[in-house]
Design a protein around this ligand. Structure first.
Ligand code: PMP
Length: 401
């Protein structure tokens, strides 16, 4: 008998499991709105032209070898990533008080940051928004932190529960860590305004709460890299400390290459170098050093003016297509006279719309219309195209009436 005979079958991941179910469906009209990956109007995955170009340059460069990267990753990549998120002229970077390590996409950056905090930070409680990306509680629990939540979304308004958020952060123990979606909150698509960010910042700094930004969608939300990073830059500008996890999965379409970075902004350069030395002790026994290829692509693009500009154009066109899908879906629902206010579809930001559909309605749409999404009613706008909007609108119509 197997020594593993006692092991029970684990459930599928609630998000990735949607794709598993989709793949089994034989219907020609099936539609996968579960997974957060960009699709073209033709429903195909997209590799950016500028990424192909960078890969070509890398392949043609005979001097390139496959040696291990240092524990902290590719130095150029780290420097350029910090500039991308904090801004070209960030005083924190100029003062050498930022340490950046290359990590395995957003998830790996969150995990390394979580492990570091679990080992070295005095208040081992992290507040995450309610709701949030399903992986957050798991990542931070395994990192040894105690996970609590703060109010974020108001189902009545399908918008921000700003009062609830301030109340919960105000009641958090001083020094607690607060996980913040830098932009395009997943799954709700609801972000605070700049004025609200300023109030959140003031409250958090007055209580010594430590911000941990999760930036998985820089440039992907608004189409503009700087506006999407603005909340983070507000927190850097006040001179305080913070962590930021960056992912290049969406904004460069490098999903499977697993490219990301963790930056820790410290009070001064001395602290930053000690923090970096400890980050190395977190990373070494976890995966030794990060992968070379994806980081080389990113560094190639970010350090070349023309390629960087080309990337921005391609990034904007992905963001614009998603925004246009919001309008098309909104119009399609209105033209069917579907009851209710659907304006949240055009107000929400980023890859996802939090439709407000309940688990029963979602199950109905999957069964009758072969449309796949997470049971919380979150749909990926990037998985939608002009040709599939009518099918989705029909399904929503049938589900709510
Ligand atoms: N944070 C959030 C909020 C996300 O939506 C995602 C992607 N689904 C990630 C982090 C990390 O993704 P990845 O590890 O693929 O970069």
């Amino acid at each position: 008998d197997s020594v593993f005979a006692h092991i029970v079958l684990a459930p599928e991941d609630p998000i990735l499991g949607v794709t598993v179910a989709y793949n089994k469906d034989q219907s020609p009209v099936k539609l996968n709105l579960g997974v957060g990956a960009y699709r073209t109007e033709e429903g195909k995955p997209l590799v950016l032209n500028v990424v192909r170009k960078a890969e070509q340059l890398l392949v043609n460069d005979q001097s390139r070898v496959k040696e291990y990267l240092p524990i902290t990753g590719l130095a150029d990549f780290n420097k350029l990533s910090a500039k991308l998120i904090f801004g070209d002229d960030s005083p924190a970077i100029q003062e050498n008080r930022v340490t950046t390590v290359q990590s395995l996409s957003g998830t790996g950056s969150l995990r390394v940051g979580g492990e570091f905090l679990g080992k070295h930070y005095h208040e081992r409680t992290i507040y995450i928004p309610q709701p949030t990306w399903g992986n957050h509680p798991k990542i931070f629990t395994l990192a040894g932190l105690s996970v609590k939540s703060y109010r974020y979304y108001n189902p009545q308004t399908k918008g921000l529960d700003f009062e609830g958020m301030l109340e919960d952060l105000g009641a958090a123990p001083s020094g607690a860590i607060v996980l913040i979606h830098a932009c395009a909150h997943n799954p709700t698509g609801v972000d605070p305004t700049v004025e609200q960010w300023e109030q959140i910042r003031t409250l958090m700094r007055s209580k010594g709460l430590l911000p941990f930004f999760d930036s998985a969608y820089q440039g992907f939300a608004s189409g503009n890299l700087d506006s999407d990073a603005q909340p983070i830059r507000m927190f850097v500008a006040d001179g305080g400390e913070l962590l930021a996890a960056q992912s290049y999965a969406k904004n460069m379409g490098l999903y499977g290459e697993r490219v990301g970075a963790l930056s820790i902004v410290c009070r001064n350069a001395d602290v930053a170098s000690k923090v970096e030395s400890q980050l190395k002790l977190v990373i070494r026994p976890m995966y030794s050093s990060p992968p070379l290829h994806g980081a080389s692509i990113v560094a190639t693009i970010l350090k070349d003016r023309n390629m960087y500009d080309e990337w921005k154009v391609e990034l904007k066109s992905m963001a614009d297509r998603i925004i246009s899908m919001r309008h098309q879906l909104f119009d399609a629902l209105n033209s069917r006279g579907i009851p209710g206010d659907w304006s949240h579809i055009i107000k929400q930001i980023g890859m996802f719309t939090f439709t407000g559909l309940n688990p029963e309605q979602v199950a109905f749409m999957t069964k009758e219309f072969h449309i796949y999404m997470t049971s919380d009613g979150r749909i990926s706008m990037a998985g939608l195209s002009s040709s599939t909007v009518p099918h989705l609108a029909d399904a929503i119509h049938a589900a709510v009436t």
